[in-house]
Design a protein around this ligand. Structure first.
Ligand SMILES: [Fe+2]
Length: 276
């Protein structure tokens, strides 16, 4: 099974730039790359920060952009999103009994859990008792699970960024839940940090996807300022076989040279060029 993980597309009202670039053009290019090279994808999951200012016209643009894709798309909201506006545009978007954009589906025997970690008027992540109940119920009733959310639920050793991780009072309960069900959770996937960060937490592997826009530069000493740069964007391709996962980072907007090997793998002769 192949899953496409895209994150932090930060769409604006079409025509308005974001961070010095056109987020719509970037997103379109990412989608074109997906449909050209990965039409066999089972799902495209976009882990939040769908609209930078949470605007109606930005969500409408997103709706148009994904309308005719050959791969089903699943949407998760992030700290830049506006839940009511998002829901008003995506009227058929499933939500939980409390109106959170929590939804789930079983894909090839694995329960995909799409978690809403957004708090009101804050960039930090939230995981309140109601959402805890929803996640626990899902984890309890499934055989295998894979969790997608926007915020990093753990601190990442990036003091400035960690200020907008899941808030401290919610990190413990989230971790407790992951530890309790670690044996059946294959992976945790998130965005938010605009950087590829991989690791293991509470007994479960995790990976954050880059943004399709600007990237953050990991600064393990910076305590105040988030640092970003127009590094090359990417999305992830997850190759999933049972509970094995392989993650490829696809630099879909790379315009530089692409080099190909000129010798067979079993040709050990030193090329003449190298000796000159
Ligand atoms: Fe973001």
């Amino acid at each position: 099974m192949k899953i496409i993980h895209i994150s932090d597309i930060h769409l604006t009202i079409p025509g308005e730039p974001m961070g010095g670039l056109d987020p719509h053009a970037r997103f379109a290019r990412a989608l074109a790359d997906v449909t050209t090279n990965h039409p066999d994808g089972t799902r495209i999951v976009i882990t939040g920060d769908l609209a930078h200012w949470g605007e109606y016209a930005a969500y409408e643009a997103l709706q148009r952009a994904i309308a005719d894709l050959p791969i089903p798309v699943r949407l998760i909201i992030g700290n830049h999103d506006d839940r009511p506006t998002f829901r008003s545009v995506f009227a058929s978007q499933p939500v939980d009994a409390n109106g959170f954009v929590n939804h789930a589906e079983t894909v090839n025997g694995v329960r995909f859990l799409y978690l809403d970690s957004v708090g009101e008027r804050t960039h930090a992540g939230h995981f309140c008792a109601a959402r805890r109940t929803w996640l626990q119920s899902e984890l309890e009733s499934c055989d295998r699970a894979r969790i997608f959310l926007h915020h990093n639920p753990m601190q990442l050793g990036l003091p400035a960024e960690d200020k907008i991780a899941l808030v401290e009072e919610d990190r413990g309960p989230f971790r407790d839940l992951i530890e309790e069900y670690a044996a059946k959770i294959d992976y945790i996937h998130f965005g938010h940090v605009h950087a590829p960060i991989h690791g293991r937490y509470a007994g479960v592997q995790f990976a954050s996807a880059p943004s399709t826009g600007n990237q953050s530069i990991p600064d393990l000493g910076e305590t105040e300022l988030l640092k970003g740069a127009p590094l090359h964007p990417a999305y992830f391709v997850l190759l999933i076989d049972g509970d094995d996962t392989i993650i490829h980072q696809i630099p879909f907007a790379w315009d530089g040279p692409v080099l190909t090997a000129g010798t067979e793998w079993e040709d050990w002769a030193k090329p003449v060029e190298a000796a000159e």
